[in-house]
Structures are given as structure tokens and as C-alpha cells.
Write a protein that binds this ligand. Structure first.
Ligand code: CA
Length: 214
């Protein structure tokens, strides 16, 4: 009886640890599913406008949530996640993008992950590479370049990740188009920011296990 109670408590502790490991995404609509755009089409949003929880920022221009069934010039553009993705080039092909501010703990560490979509279209309107510049509170964190897709006419997604250190109670994450003006395709999808599990918490788990197993 005593043993089974301990086993139950142990399961509860491990269950709690498991839920901590799968922390919620702090960024809302990291899949760019809102608002819904026409199936097979896209909708342009200009600098200063809102796209759901995101704000269009950077150079004067636009970006576009795009339907995963959109096709053009023989290329197909599936989403990485859900039914839509975000084209950071819009039709302005400027250094425009999106930002979102999330609540953070000053000095806290966060795992930022996202996917960059690319098609290789030499001499064509879509260019050959996709470059996304990531800013944290206006400071460049990383430049993500996807050159994949040489042997396909389908958008190819590449995963990137980085650690973000929060400067204060809120942190603003921005993703800006880094493609040249003659390249009208730079995909972004499946954006996620979650708190890193503290090392102290991880070291605590085996100690709890040993204690409960006695
Ligand atoms: Ca999506």
C-alpha cells in the first residue's frame, strides 16, 4: 500500500516533469493560419498592418500569408505546418517582415525554432535562395539561409534554431526578408519559442526518483 502510494506520487512527479518538457509556444499563431487566405491564393499585408497576433514591420512593403495549395510558374508551395505559410517577400520584395512581443523572464533562456522555405528558380522570379534575418528587440540574432530545392519544383523547408536570452519582462521577435529585390519567394512557417528547461530542474529529477524509490 505504502509502496503503491509512492509509485503514484512518483508517476505524478514524472508526469509534471513531462509537461514542463513540452512547454507551450509563447508565440501565437506560429503557423500563420490566421486570417484564412483564399485556397490556392494569398493575401498581402502592408507594413504597420496586423496579421492575427503578428505585426508587419521593417521596410515599407508587404508580406503575405499563402495557401499551401498555391502554385505559380510550375512551382508548388506546400506549408511546413497547417494549411498556410508566410511569404516574407510579399510582392514588394523589400526587407519587410513580421514581429511579435511575448512575455518573458529577464535573463531567461528560450529555444527559438522556425522553418525557412525555398525554391530554386535560376533566372526566374522566385530566385535561388531564401534568407530570413531574425531580430531580438531590434538586434540581429541570426541570419538563416535555405539554398535547398535544386532538383524539385516543390518548396523545400529547412529547420533553424537558436537560443534567445530575454532582456526584460517582454521580448520582441522579428523575422525580416533578406532576399534580393529580384527574388519574390521567402517562406516562413512553424515558428516556436519555448522556455528552456533549467539545468537545476533536470538534476532534481533523479534525486526525487531515488528518494521516492526508497
Ligand atoms: Ca502554417
Amino acid at each position: 500500500m505504502r509502496r503503491s502510494m509512492r509509485a503514484g506520487l512518483l508517476a505524478a512527479v514524472l508526469g509534471l516533469a513531462g509537461s514542463e518538457a513540452k512547454a507551450a509556444n509563447l508565440l501565437k499563431d506560429g503557423s500563420f493560419e490566421k486570417p484564412t487566405v483564399p485556397v490556392g491564393g494569398y493575401t498581402l499585408f502592408a507594413t504597420g498592418q496586423k496579421i492575427g497576433p503578428w505585426t508587419v514591420v521593417g521596410a515599407t512593403g508587404n508580406v503575405a500569408p499563402v495557401s499551401g495549395t498555391f502554385t505559380q510558374n510550375g512551382f508548388t508551395f506546400p506549408a511546413r505546418s497547417g494549411k498556410q505559410w508566410l511569404d516574407l517577400t510579399g510582392n514588394s520584395n523589400t526587407a519587410t517582415g513580421v514581429s511579435q512581443t511575448v512575455a518573458t523572464i529577464s535573463g531567461g533562456l528560450y529555444d527559438l525554432t522556425f522553418y525557412v522555405g525555398n525554391v530554386v528558380n535560376p533566372g526566374g522570379i522566385f530566385g535561388t535562395t531564401s534568407t530570413v534575418k531574425v531580430f531580438v528587440d531590434g538586434v540581429l540574432l541570426m541570419t538563416a539561409v535555405n539554398t535547398s530545392g535544386a532538383h524539385t519544383t516543390k518548396q523545400v523547408w529547412k529547420k533553424f534554431s537558436a537560443t534567445v536570452t530575454a532582456n526584460g519582462a517582454t521580448t520582441t521577435i522579428a523575422f525580416l526578408n533578406g532576399d534580393p529585390p529580384n527574388d519574390t519567394e521567402c517562406g516562413l512557417d512553424a515558428v516556436s519559442m519555448v522556455p528552456q528547461v533549467a539545468a537545476a530542474d533536470e538534476s532534481l529529477e533523479p534525486a526525487l526518483f531515488e528518494d521516492l524509490a526508497k
